[in-house]
Design a protein around this ligand. Structure first.
Ligand SMILES: *[C@@H]1O[C@H](CO)[C@@H](O)[C@H](O)[C@H]1NC(C)=O
Ligand SMILES: *[C@@H]1O[C@H](CO)[C@@H](O)[C@H](O)[C@H]1NC(C)=O
Ligand SMILES: *[C@@H]1O[C@H](CO)[C@@H](O)[C@H](O)[C@H]1NC(C)=O
Ligand SMILES: *[C@@H]1O[C@H](CO)[C@@H](O)[C@H](O)[C@H]1NC(C)=O
Ligand SMILES: [Zn+2]
Length: 722
């Protein structure tokens, strides 16, 4: 008996010591982060362009692999895939030109950004000229129609004005939506070509940055052009191997059978060139909300399609090729001591359209500093409880191919073993506030981690958490917590959450006017240089250190904690909010159509209750040191997220499987597939022509009810599963 007591006491002491030691390691990790080293990493990473599938891209993959080996990780290897990529024809530049009545060119758009003289210099010679990736090649000579952001509502407005894009070239500005969606909408409405440009309203900001355009500041000059891919992209991954990894033995569908690839040519330009096109457009004036910054361009925006003399037509001459080439994900591993088969994954893409000093290599520099620091700690005897994996993805810019193919190859293992995926794409776009996205269950962890990270300048607070809460509050209340979005948007966390149901988070340091500049102004231009980062964004790399500290803190919490820091109640709160939104907006419609929401309400309540009971059990485990018991509860926490995965996919998106966190085709604040079904009903649910849509709605209601109840079941006492 005494011996047993002693044993328990010793175990408790051991636990205490290990808890203390853990805190110590976390502090060591924070202190180890060194801005000067991060700067050096970024300098090396941004020396040359490194687009996916190029020599520069491969060299950098090898650099990351070697660095991880030298830093002392247990292993580092490359996982290659053969994917469909897209490049401009080196011998035939794409361009846009204005033609006069006899077909003579009176203006031709620039071939790319001019070299600028900055310190340290950058070398334009390997930079890919601006192009729309995956555009088909082709030449069209037609009139222009201005389509604003090319959203559905924009095309509806045009229709009301009696203007059609059929047989025309559409010109759209960047912003408010993905490139591929803009192009698909124009294509579906009969446009024969498209031009997308950066309006100064989005890349300078009316009145804010006109005296601080690169190389004199952070804003975009009229010569800068945003590159990017135009795949339709509803979570399919690489276009030729939908659903399966693009291995060397993979069956590849014909390009003409892919529903991802555009069929009309598209080109991208900056606002100096756009000005010349817009200036020559006739037709009615645009609605006032459709105007960009007319003051800077000195034009009035018109809808077209007539051209004003001497211009008579626009020529779009696009020469872009697709090609299957090899891409290289690099995977580094630190094996866990107690639970080597549980993975905490840190990921960032490595490929960039040009130099990538912000997107994505500010993140890569932080990742390499974290692995360096962990390597140091391993030399001092540290090893995590769970396995840490570090992944440097390739071909994110072409459509997240590196992460999608990897998830397609290792998805089964990852659903069973991945505890969480922590993504950083652009680590530092600016120094104002943190922008975060997370699955609901990781929000509390993110807030706690931010409390441990010191804010590096004398400012609104001492910790990242304080400054972040003040600058990005969730509500207007004085003590509001910071705002954390649900996973939307596009980076390598998407396949983890939407395919597998692995908890994710995604963090970045960003600028103040995030609405005005949906990205940062020089995003995907040739001017995303080391000079930009060093001179205008983070000269002392303090914010890179902050991001490394936050990312490292999160990784360590997930890899070391006895019970995983995954929060079931927070999840239940989010699901409840989605339910409330639906009832507030559409409750009466459901009632009028005699569709009961009782079962859904019951499932939502059951999930909340299961979360509360689960957490009560966890707190009663406080002194339990049996690793099998901990493992049992941890497995339940992992299964909770996966319970939301519908193997059949959600409505009209068979590869997007998360019934709560997939993005609906309409971005509503409720369950994505049910939200889409509701939107399809329109305003009159009683219209007999809507019977099929009503059936679909009823089916979606039962599907979401089932998956929420499944999540509730996943939290039930293991010995009494149902
Ligand atoms: C720029 O790069 C090209 C090709 O890599 C090289 O030939 C040239 O010497 C470089 N120019 C400078 C100024 O370094
Ligand atoms: C905050 O206050 C503004 C203006 O009073 C209001 O428009 C907005 O909806 C409020 N936001 C929240 C999250 O309460
Ligand atoms: C919620 O739980 C109750 C009690 O276990 C059960 O009777 C009910 O069927 C559950 N709701 C759903 C939608 O499964
Ligand atoms: C855990 O052990 C401590 C110290 O013996 C005790 O005070 C506490 O009540 C225990 N907690 C639980 C939930 O049993
Ligand atoms: Zn990126």
């Amino acid at each position: 008996m005494a011996a047993r007591k002693y044993l328990i006491l010793a175990t408790i002491c051991g636990l205490l010591v290990s808890v203390l030691a853990q805190e110590d390691w976390a502090a060591q990790l924070r202190d180890e982060m060194d801005p000067a080293r991060i700067e050096k990493f970024l300098r090396i990473l941004t020396e040359k362009p490194h687009m996916a599938g190029t020599q520069g891209g491969y060299e950098l993959a090898e650099y990351v692999r070697r660095t991880w080996e030298n830093q002392g990780l247990d292993s580092a290897h490359i996982d290659p895939y053969d994917v469909l990529l897209s490049y401009p024809d080196p011998d035939k530049p794409s361009y846009v030109a204005l033609l006069d009545g006899s077909g003579n060119e009176i203006f031709r758009c620039s071939a790319g950004e001019p070299q600028l003289d900055v310190d340290p210099p950058f070398n334009m010679s390997g930079v890919v000229p601006p192009f729309g990736a995956y555009s088909p090649s082709g030449v069209v000579e037609r009139d222009l129609v201005y389509v604003n952001y090319a959203r559905t509502e924009d095309f509806n407005t045009l229709k009301d004005e009696g203007i059609s894009v059929e047989g025309k070239i559409a010109i759209a500005r960047y912003g408010k939506g993905a490139r591929g969606r803009k192009l698909r909408r124009a294509q579906d409405r009969g446009a024969v070509g498209m031009i997308v440009y950066s309006d100064p309203k989005e890349v300078v900001g009316t009145g804010r940055g006109s005296d601080r355009m690169y190389p004199y500041g952070w804003y975009a000059p009229g010569t800068a052009v945003q590159r990017g891919h135009f795949l339709y992209g509803v979570g399919e991954g690489e276009p030729l191997t939908p659903g399966y990894p693009a291995t060397d033995y993979a069956y590849r569908i014909d390009q003409s059978d892919s529903d991802q690839l555009p069929t009309i040519p598209v080109h991208v330009i900056g606002y100096n060139d756009a000005k010349e096109l817009l200036r020559h457009m006739g037709g009615p004036l645009v609605p006032s909300s459709w105007k960009g910054w007319e003051g800077l361009l000195d034009i009035d925006y018109r809808l077209g399609p007539e051209m004003e003399g001497p211009a008579s037509k626009v020529r779009l001459d696009v020469n872009v090729q697709t090609e299957v080439r090899t891409i290289h994900n690099v995977v580094g591993i630190i094996r866990g001591r107690e639970e080597p088969d549980r993975y905490v994954i840190l990921g960032n893409h490595r490929d960039a359209w040009t130099f990538g000093a912000v997107d994505p290599n500010s993140g890569t520099a932080c990742l390499l500093e974290i692995t360096r620091a962990l390597g140091e700690m391993m030399r001092r005897g540290w090893r995590p409880r769970r396995t840490l994996m570090f992944v440097s993805w390739d071909a994110e810019e072409h459509g997240m191919h590196g992460s999608y193919e990897w998830i397609e190859e290792f998805g089964k293992i990852m659903s069973d073993r991945a505890v969480a995926y922590l993504n950083v794409d652009n680590a530092v776009r600016d120094d104002y506030t943190l922008r975060a996205r997370a699955t609901p269950s990781l929000k509390p962890l993110l807030k706690e981690a931010a409390k441990m990270v010191p804010w590096p300048t004398a400012d609104d607070g001492d910790t990242l958490y304080e400054v972040w809460s003040k600058r990005s509050p969730e509500t207007n209340a004085t003590d509001s917590p910071p705002k954390i979005d649900l996973p939307a948007g596009a980076s390598d966390y998407v396949p983890f959450v939407k395919r597998l149901g692995v908890p994710i988070l995604d963090i970045a340091m960003v600028h103040r006017y995030i609405i005005t500049y949906p990205n940062f102004p020089l995003y995907h231009t040739a001017y995303e240089t080391f000079h930009l980062q060093k001179t205008y964004i983070d000269p002392e790399f303090k914010f890179h250190r902050l991001m490394s500290q936050l990312w490292g803190e999160l990784a360590l919490s997930l890899a070391e904690s006895w019970i995983l820091p995954i929060d079931a109640s927070e999840y239940a709160g989010t699901v409840q909010g989605m339910y409330d939104w639906l009832v507030d907006g559409y409750g009466t419609k459901f009632e009028e159509s005699a569709i009961s929401l009782d079962a859904l309400q019951s499932a939502v309540a059951n999930f909340s209750q299961a979360a509360v009971m689960f957490e009560e059990e966890l707190s009663s485990l406080e002194n339990n040191t049996d690793p099998l018991v901990a493992r049992m509860y941890n497995d339940q926490l992992m299964q909770m997220e996966q319970a939301f995965i519908n193997p059949q996919g959600i409505l009209y998106q068979k590869f997007s499987r998360h019934t709560i966190l997939s993005s609906g085709l309409w971005n509503t604040e409720t369950f994505p597939a049910l939200g889409d079904a509701v939107r399809r009903m329109g305003s009159d649910w009683t219209d007999p022509g809507k019977e099929d849509k009503l059936k679909e709605l009823k089916q979606e209601l039962s599907i979401i009810t089932f998956f929420i109840q499944s999540a509730a079941n996943s939290l039930a006492k293991p010995a009494t599963p149902v």
